[in-house]
Design a binder for this molecule. Structure first.
Ligand code: BES
Ligand code: MN
Ligand code: ZN
Length: 498
């Protein structure tokens, strides 16, 4: 993990990161070196010679005079104020381009403290490498930056410490989420997932921080009536689990209490509704929601925020075998509702239904948020970089969307149209697990809503596309697991702590 420091000095034998933007109309370049005065004329002519355009995700490396190297990162259109997310991405792109080097100082146009934090986050999040499973090709991988220095006089002392700790924690736990997603199902089962989370909690400080973890195994799940989790996991040799991470702030009253519930399918073959080979490869990412909620709870504890969190991760592997759930099987969910499983590939809602009901048994909740790679329909509707928010409480949703904006994660509100609900009716059980194909993301949301008390503010986040980047790296987002949702969950907890 990279160490972040805010400093008002630049070490000579280092790399300097500055920005460049495109002046509107003329296509001319404008250097954006923040608080650092630079001889821009010579540099601009070099950048022109090299064909730099200033667009986002373009990083140009030029030899420095007072520093060894200058990395010039594109900010897009020139502006008097750049958004935090523009800076976060530009810092991330630069950090990725600088892999193989040990440290760099970022001097970018930050007008507010939040921009300084965004730069720190972007640089740290762009400094990610997943090489655990490489052997002969391991040595050829370039190590991420070890030291990230932010050149700024805007923030000093204790404030700078709080800010760097938050950025550092967000980066550390985003790394945990990404690593879990990238770990293949050969090495990540419901049991090993629960052990990794248990270890991460110990490493973070455990009970001393107010963190506790409990794990239900298969026989406990069966005897307590978790019919959804059991039905999804029963075709696999790797039995299901239910992880509960609870955080109760130490020495301060909790100002709010939230439950986070994350879909934890360690691999989704589709079960007897087997997926085609092409759509199946990415299904190691089907536990992204579970990873995000567990890591967010730990991060919130590490930051000692005065907010109580219950994170729930129902974990199962959706496999094909003679013990797998058959289309038309009827199961009894935790809490007693019966479900006709018409499609075993609509499994996320089954494990989530159980966990949502269990989560509401803990009292005093101010809200409940589920996070899931739930539907292909989400990707069709919003693409691969924008996640959906569905809700029974407009205020909660508005608050969450504002926090998503602040954290730089792209979320968009989606409706839960009542007229689609009837399509989930079953002729033989309380409900079927699939309904209308059109609007499939909303139908899935309506299914989950049946497991939520009317009076409890609830958000359903469908992150199917954004959880896993099958394209190229961009900004601070690597190929593979992205860590989406963690930042907004932590930002929400930070916001209600003020
Ligand atoms: N895990 C998938 C959803 C998914 C698809 C996530 C693509 C990420 C990328 C989910 O379990 C699933 O298979 N959903 C079905 C539901 C359908 C059978 C109602 C889908 O979306 O096709
Ligand atoms: Mn599925
Ligand atoms: Zn799935």
């Amino acid at each position: 993990m990279s160490a972040i420091k805010i400093s008002d000095g630049i070490i000579k034998d280092e790399i300097l990161v500055i920005g460049v933007a495109t002046k509107s109309g003329k296509g001319a370049l404008q250097l954006e070196s923040g608080e650092l005065a630079l001889d821009s004329k010579a540099l601009i002519s070099t950048l022109n010679d090299l064909g730099a355009t200033g667009k986002a995700d373009e990083v140009t490396l030029v030899p420095g005079t007072s520093t060894r190297l200058i990395a010039v990162t594109g900010l897009g259109k020139a502006s008097t104020v750049y958004s935090d997310e523009t800076l976060r991405r530009a810092a991330g792109a630069a950090a990725r381009a600088l892999a193989g080097n040990s440290s760099a100082t970022f001097s970018l146009p930050a007008k507010h403290v939040s921009a300084v934090k965004a730069i720190a986050e972007g640089a740290a999040l762009g400094s990610y490498l997943f090489d655990q499973f490489r052997s002969s090709t391991k040595a050829a991988q370039k190590s991420p930056l070890k030291n990230i220095n932010i050149y700024s006089s805007q923030i000093k002392g204790a404030d700078a410490k709080v800010l760097t700790e938050s950025a550092q924690t967000i980066s550390k736990y985003t790394t945990l989420v990404r690593d879990l997603i990238n770990t293949p199902p050969s090495h990540l089962t419901p049991d090993s997932f629960s052990k990794i989370i248990t270890d991460a909690i110990k490493e973070a400080g455990g009970a001393a921080l107010g963190l506790r973890v409990t794990v239900l195994n298969e026989s406990q799940l069966r005897s307590k009536g978790y019919g959804g989790i059991i039905a999804v996991g029963q075709g696999s040799a790797n039995p299901p689990r239910l992880v509960h991470v609870s955080y109760t702030p130490k020495g301060a009253k909790a100002l709010k209490k939230y439950a986070f519930v994350g879909k934890g399918i360690t691999f989704d073959t589709g079960g007897l509704a087997l997926k085609p080979a092409q759509g199946m490869e990415a299904m190691k990412s089907d536990m992204s929601g579970a990873a995000a909620v567990c890591a967010a709870a730990i991060a919130i504890a590490v930051l000692k925020l005065p907010v109580a969190i219950d994170a729930w991760a129902p974990l199962a592997e959706n496999m094909v075998s003679d013990s797998a759930t058959r289309p038309s099987d009827i199961i009894t969910m935790y809490g007693g509702k019966t479900i006709e499983v018409l499609n075993p590939d609509a499994e996320g809602r089954l494990v989530l239904g159980d966990a949502l009901v269990r989560a509401q048994e803990e009292g005093d909740l101010d809200g409940i948020i589920d996070v899931a790679t739930l539907t292909g329909a989400q990707v069709v509707a919003l693409g691969k970089r924008t996640s959906a928010v569905m809700t029974n409480d407009e205020n909660f949703s508005q608050h969450f969307l504002a926090m998503a904006e602040r954290s730089g994660e792209s979320f968009w509100p989606m409706p839960l149209p009542q007229e689609l609900r009837a399509s989930l009716d079953s002729p033989v059980a309380d409900m079927a697990n699939i309904g209308d194909r059109m609007g499939g993301m909303l139908v899935a949301g309506l299914f989950l809503k049946e497991f939520i008390a009317d009076t409890l503010p609830w958000l359903h986040l469908d992150i199917a596309g954004p959880a896993y980047n099958e394209g190229v790296a961009h900004g601070y987002t690597p190929v593979g697991g992205t860590g989406i949702a963690l930042r907004t969950l932590v930002t929400l907890a930070e916001d209600v702590s003020d």
